[in-house]
Design a protein around this ligand. Structure first.
Ligand code: FMN
Length: 348
C-alpha cells in the first residue's frame, strides 16, 4: 500500500481522552448547564465532540477531535478548579468518533431537569455502568453473559476501538487494582482476564483496518518471558489478523527461547506484552535485557520492537527506557501504527 493511502487513512484519525474526576463543590443543574453550554461553544469552534457524565459528585468525560485542539482543551480542563483528582482512563488515537453528533453530550442523574436528550444508539451514561458490569461479569466468570454483552455493543455499532479502549482495557486495569487491594484472589484475576479475552474476540474491526489488509507484514506476538497474563497479546492477534498481518504467537519461558524464535522466524515486527491488569514495574530490567538481545539477532531487515501492558499504558515514555521502538498505550489502532513503523524501517 502506498504512503499516500496510509496518510489518508491516518488523516481521519482523531485524538480521544477519557477521564474521571471529582467535583470540588457540588454543582447545581444550572452550573452544569452553564459549564456545558460554554464547553459546546468552544468545542464546535475546535471540531471537538464528546460526552460528559455527572453522577454522585464525579465527572466522566470523553473528548475527541483533532490532536492540537484536544491538547488545548485538555490543558484548560486540567487547570479547571471546578474539579480535581483527575484520572485518565484512556488516551489514544481512534479511527472513528464515538460521539460524532455531539459538541458535548451531557448525561447524568440530574438530567430530568434538562430538556430531553435526542436518541443515541449507545446511551453514553451507560459507559461507566457498562464498565462496572463488565468487571462484575468477568469476576463472576459469567462468560455467556459477558460475551453477549460485548457482542451486543458490536451490534449497536460500537467500534472495536471503543470496545477495547472504553471497556476491555479499563476493566483489565480495574481487575488488577481489585487484586492489588485484596478484593479478589490471583486465581479470580486470572480467570476474569481470560473471560475478558474470550469476550474481546467478539469485537469487529472497522473499515480502516481493512484498508491495510494487503500489508502482509509479519509479526511475532509474545508474552514477556515469565508473564502469565496474555489478554493484550491475544486481543492484538485478532486485530492484526483482521488487518491482514501474518501472525505468530509465542509464550516463551525464557529470554533465550524468545530470541531463538525471533532468529528462526525473522518477523518484520515483534510485540512483547506485559500484563494489562497490573503494572509489573519489577519486570523492566529483564525486559530491557530481552529487547537488547532480540536486537542482536542477525536479520536482513531490522525487526520493529513493540511493547505493551499496563505499565506502558500509564507511562508511554517507559518504552524508551527499555529500548523499544513503540509502546501500545492502548490496543486501539496498534496495527496501523506498527505497519507505519515497519514501512519506515524498510525505507531507512
Ligand atoms: C468537568 C469539566 C469538563 C469540561 N469540558 C470542557 C469541554 O469539553 N470543552 C471546553 O472547551 N471546556 C470544557 N471545560 C471548561 C474548561 O475547563 C475551561 O474552563 C474552558 O475551556 C475555558 O478555557 P480557559 O481556561 O483556557 O479559558 C470543562 C470543565 C470541567 C470542570
Amino acid at each position: 500500500m502506498s504512503g499516500a493511502n496510509e496518510a489518508s487513512v491516518a488523516g481521519q484519525w482523531v485524538a480521544s481522552i477519557t477521564y474521571k474526576s471529582s467535583a470540588t463543590a457540588a454543582p447545581s443543574t444550572g452550573d452544569l448547564h452553564a459549564l456545558v453550554s460554554q464547553a459546546r461553544d468552544r468545542n464546535r469552534r475546535l471540531d471537538i465532540t464528546g460526552m460528559l457524565l455527572f453522577e454522585n459528585g464525579s465527572f466522566l468525560q470523553t473528548i475527541e477531535g483533532p490532536p492540537p485542539a484536544i491538547a488545548a482543551v485538555w490543558e484548560s480542563i486540567q487547570r479547571d478548579s471546578r474539579h480535581h483528582h483527575i484520572e485518565v482512563l484512556s488516551e489514544h488515537m481512534v479511527a472513528a468518533r464515538l460521539f460524532s453528533d455531539w459538541a458535548m453530550l451531557l448525561a447524568g442523574r440530574f438530567q430530568d431537569a434538562l430538556p430531553p436528550a435526542p436518541a443515541f444508539p449507545v446511551p453514553p451514561p451507560a459507559v461507566a455502568a457498562h464498565l462496572a458490569r463488565v468487571v462484575e461479569l468477568a469476576l463472576n466468570a459469567d462468560d455467556f453473559a459477558l460475551n453477549a454483552l460485548i457482542a451486543g455493543f458490536a451490534d449497536q455499532g460500537w467500534t472495536a476501538e471503543a470496545i477495547l479502549s472504553l471497556l476491555i482495557e479499563p476493566a483489565a486495569r480495574a481487575l488488577g487494582d481489585a487484586w492489588l487491594d485484596d478484593r479478589c484472589s490471583e486465581l479470580d484475576l486470572t480467570i476474569a482476564l481470560s473471560m475478558l479475552q474470550l469476550a474481546g474476540h467478539a469485537v469487529r474491526y472497522s473499515p480502516s483496518a481493512q484498508t491495510i489488509r494487503n500489508s502482509r507484514y509479519s509479526i511475532l506476538l509474545a508474552t514477556a518471558p515469565g508473564e502469565q497474563h496474555m489478554l493484550g497479546t491475544a486481543l492484538l492477534a485478532d486485530q492484526l489478523l483482521a488487518a491482514g498481518w501474518q501472525v505468530d504467537m509465542a509464550f516463551p519461558d525464557s529470554e533465550e527461547a524468545l530470541t531463538n524464535q525471533i532468529g528462526a522466524q525473522h518477523p518484520d515486527a515483534v510485540d512483547i506484552g506485559l500484563s494489562d491488569a497490573v503494572s509489573r514495574r519489577q519486570a523492566i530490567d529483564r525486559l530491557r535485557s530481552t529487547i537488547e538481545h532480540s536486537r542482536l539477532v542477525p536479520a536482513e531487515h531490522p525487526t520493529v520492537v513493540s511493547v505493551g501492558g499496563r505499565l506502558f499504558a500509564e507511562a508511554a515514555a517507559t518504552a524508551l527506557s527499555v529500548g523499544a521502538d513503540h509502546a501500545r498505550t492502548s490496543l486501539a489502532g496498534t496495527s496501523v501504527r506498527l505497519a507505519e513503523l515497519v514501512r519506515k524501517s524498510r525505507e531507512g
